[in-house]
Design a protein around this ligand. Structure first.
Ligand SMILES: [Zn+2]
Length: 381
């Protein structure tokens, strides 16, 4: 017998939301239709034509900050390597759901939708919010576009694949594009030109001296910087008039995105242009926070999670949502092995999807039933 959550996960895998172009509206509307009639207010927010994020609010009678369950509707591309199955097959065999997005993160989304449905039917008196975003994979644009519309949020669950272990931290990321301009000349007379690649070499070498001035983070280690791409020059015998490079910087909590970007601008100087492609904050919640401890206990009991909270190796919508929502405690936990995300022949454990639905429901029930936990959350914040 296939559960409601697994059936929905399979339906979602069959919908192509590869980003780009995304086309998340098809998945968002399928879920919106499904949630109609449960007493939840449903909003679709357009990012661009064909791309929509969904917010569903079950407000209860409490008028308190909501518990927010959140995930992204888009997936990464299929890739060039050959799959052994159609990437959008959504086949369920034994304990496996196959296809792009099964792990990252349509399994988690389906579990959240089903948990939200159950919570609506139970009719508790604390608000629960379901926020499903477009365009997370290319830099959390959907989350950015809906963050201000979500209203007060007291705690956030991100259903990304963590093998059902609780992650409470991940790195932030800054991607920069550097561009240097020069003047072309014949390669036999370089003194007549201005070499854009040489300018770039000086700038990139300077970035290697970037000192982040932070201690190693106990979970995430050191911040890092990597020169990812470089391109420039038209032919061996021409002085290049243009060069472009990109840098991938990973930040730990305590480092501010804006401060790091301005430090790099300072180091590199005015010889090259700098534009940011992506800038997302690091995320961290306290392991001893009462709500985090409560989620961790439920995750161990329901999912067999590791007792010690861990960190995620990827970034999530939490980078955008956590600061926008005023730093609510944030639990990143969901079905699926993160090592299978973005891979050929992606699959997700079907029983893990069911356990995650039970876990999210349980987190919602506790949100409803524990005024003490609520009070502690407010005090800690
Ligand atoms: Zn993801």
């Amino acid at each position: 017998v296939i559960s409601s959550a697994v059936e929905l996960a399979s339906q979602l895998v069959k919908i192509d939301t590869v980003n780009p172009p995304g086309q998340e509206a098809i998945a968002a509307r399928l879920i919106a239709d499904r949630l109609t009639g449960l007493g939840a207010a449903i909003e679709l927010h357009e990012l661009s034509p064909g791309r929509e994020s969904l917010i569903a609010r079950y407000s209860g009678n409490g008028g308190k900050p909501a518990l927010c369950l959140s995930g992204h509707l888009d997936t990464v591309p299929i890739g060039v390597a050959k799959w052994s199955r159609n990437p959008h097959c959504g086949d369920i065999e034994d304990d496996r759901l196959w296809g792009r997005g099964s792990t990252d993160m349509k399994g988690g989304i389906a579990a959240m939708v089903v948990a939200f449905e159950r919570l609506c039917r139970r009719g508790g008196d604390q608000p629960v919010l379901l926020a499903l975003t477009a365009s997370e994979e290319t830099g959390c644009q959907g989350a950015l576009s809906i963050a201000a519309k979500m209203g007060p949020v007291g705690a956030l669950v991100i259903g990304e694949p963590t093998n059902e272990d609780l992650a409470i931290a991940h790195k932030g990321v800054v991607w920069l594009r550097l561009k240097s301009l020069g003047r072309a000349a014949h390669g036999s007379k370089p003194e007549l030109g201005d070499n854009a690649i040489e300018r770039m070499i000086v700038a990139l070498t300077a970035t290697r001296k970037l000192d982040f001035k932070v201690d190693a983070h106990p979970m995430l280690g050191r911040p890092s910087s990597n020169i990812g791409t470089i391109a420039g020059g038209a032919a061996t015998n021409i002085v290049p008039d243009m060069c472009e490079a990109t840098i991938d910087i990973r930040l730990v909590p305590g480092l501010d995105v804006t401060a790091v970007m301005s430090e790099i601008k300072h180091i590199v100087g005015s010889d090259v242009e700098i534009a940011h492609i992506l800038a997302l904050n690091a995320v961290q919640s306290r392991a001893d926070h009462p709500w985090i401890a409560s989620v961790n206990a439920d995750a161990q009991r329901i999912c067999g999670a590791h007792p010690t909270p861990t960190s995620a190796s990827f970034f999530t919508d939490a980078s955008v949502l956590v600061p926008a929502l005023g730093y609510p405690p944030t639990a990143i936990i969901g079905p699926g092995n993160p090592a299978l995300a973005h891979q050929v022949d992606e699959w997700c454990s079907v029983s893990a999807i069911d356990r995650a639905a039970d876990l999210y429901e349980q987190i919602g029930l506790k949100w409803n039933l524990s005024p003490k936990c609520q009070k502690q959350i407010e005090e800690v914040r």
